[in-house]
Ligand binder design. Sequence first.
Ligand code: SF4
Length: 250
Amino acid sequence: MEHASVHEVFSSIQGEGPWIGQRHIFVRFAGCDIRCRYCDTQIAQKECEDAGLQFCSVQLMPGSNKRELAPTPVLSPALTKYCKRLIIPGPSHPVISLTGGEPLLQAPFLVDWLPTVHGTFSIYLETSGIHPDAMKSMQDLVDVVSVDFKLPSATGLRPFWTEHEKFLQATRGKTLFVKVVVTADTVKDDIRSSARIIAGFDPSTTLVIQPAGGSLAPESTMLVDFQDEALGIIEDVRVIPQAHKTLNVP
Ligand code: SF4
């Protein structure tokens, strides 16, 4: 049976993108293969084994501050149990948000686990959009894909345009949106490149411009400027800040 390096499991409010405000059950996988300058989950960048972590933090009930430490790596039945106890009673359809770190680094586990929970939960995948082959392997197993284009002027890393282009092709047919985190260092060229890739895929795909916070935050005039630039190329460009930080929820 496959197992996954999981950092935490909890119920909270989705704080990013067009699905902002929905209640989601977050499964935060550990491990990431890049290092964005603005990363706000640095604790999850390393896989638990590499970081010497033997336990993940699991919320016991939705809305509660109580958590337990559970062994990690996690096997599928245990992860299903952690998610099911965070379902809110009532008619609402529960959503699992796969986040990280980079969830697609755990693709063999996800291909094994997701078919066992997909009937009960909708699956929302948050990814850096640089692993198209992993995405192809779970095309039928996720419902919504949040594809994070990595802008070199914001991440401090090399461009990933080719990977992003291939990734969008691998998601074809899914409900998706593209997100770019922008900082004070972000340049318009990167916004233009992102919008052109989206235009080549499907110009009606939503692009979310998400300002970084704290010392990296861009000027508000930059946000308007970036939105204007992208709207000259694609149809739907929204500036949406991270709400969970304002709401002070995890
Ligand atoms: S891809 Fe995500 S988890 Fe990885 S370093 Fe960048 S922001 Fe952090």
